[in-house]
Design a protein around this ligand. Structure first.
Ligand SMILES: Cc1cc2nc3c(=O)[nH]c(=O)nc-3n(C[C@H](O)[C@H](O)[C@H](O)COP(=O)(O)O)c2cc1C
Length: 245
């Protein structure tokens, strides 16, 4: 891990984050990700070795512990702070919970009170107003959004707008079209062949969920054989949405 961190630094990384939050089987069964929450003696050595190896900002992302009834976050957070970690992010669920139950934001508030380094919370945020409310309730220094960012990538911009006093809300069709165009370009640059059309379809599905007449649009998208046809469908659909405004 120390060597990997050093190499990542040499390759131009701005920050190193140690992933102790991933609970998926193939990661945890090798002792990585959230499995590190089970052996804090080993984890302390690991954090210290990485800290010694790099001068870059070093953060850790943790869960509350491996399984319910066995919280690890208090001890681990203390170890991390004493080892010179620059910030800590917690997804306050136990690893064995996966995504079931609810994220326990009281744990975020508790860690914020216990630690001197910045603490960030993650888990179950689905709207800008909820993001701001949780920040206020827990006094945490930052929040991380996972699943909802995949569904509504504009959530970060909307949070900033709300923080500056703007109203909550969804992007209008014009703005949404802008998001789709930038994703389209990114996908064209980064994917080729069948993977490209698959990624374009998936993006069109996700970013039009819940819009007027999106059912028919999505059916057409599913059947479109080429990228060119997808583009025509996309343009026609958004023109009709903008006309509805
Ligand atoms: C596709 C995906 C991959 C993720 N990978 C990791 C990971 O490698 N390490 C980690 O600590 N958390 C990982 N997470 C968890 C998120 O960072 C986040 O803590 C969690 O999804 C809860 O936030 P949410 O309710 O906003 O999704 C992942 C989440 C998703 C959706």
């Amino acid at each position: 891990m120390a060597q990997a961190a050093r190499l990542a630094g040499e390759a131009g990384a701005d920050i190193i984050d140690i992933n102790m939050g991933c609970s998926v089987k193939k990661v945890a069964k090798s002792g990585s990700g959230a499995a590190l929450l089970k052996d804090l003696i080993k984890t302390e050595k690991l954090i210290k070795a990485v800290r010694k190896a790099i001068a870059l900002p070093l953060t850790i992302k943790i869960r509350s512990g491996w399984k319910e009834g066995q919280p690890a976050y208090r001890t681990l957070a203390r170890i991390a702070e004493e080892s010179g970690i620059d910030a800590l992010v917690i997804h306050p669920r136990y690893a064995t919970q996966g995504f079931s139950g609810e994220a326990d934001w009281l744990i975020v508030a508790e860690l914020k009170e216990r630690l001197h380094i910045p603490v960030m919370g993650s888990g179950d945020i689905i709207s800008p107003s909820q993001a701001l409310a949780l920040k206020k309730q827990t006094h945490c220094d930052g929040i991380m959004i996972g699943r909802q960012a995949l569904r509504t990538p504009w959530i970060f911009k909307k949070i900033k707008e709300m923080e500056a006093g703007g109203p909550p809300g969804q992007p209008d069709p014009e703005e949404r079209r802008g998001w789709l165009i930038s994703y389209w370009q990114w996908i064209e640059e980064n994917y080729q062949g069948p993977a490209q059309i698959k990624a374009l379809r998936r993006t069109l599905f996700v970013l039009t969920r819940g819009l007027p007449a999106s059912g028919e649009f999505r059916q057409n998208v599913a059947l479109a054989p080429t990228k060119e046809r997808l583009k025509v469908l996309f343009e026609e659909y958004f023109e009709s949405l903008i006309a509805l405004e």
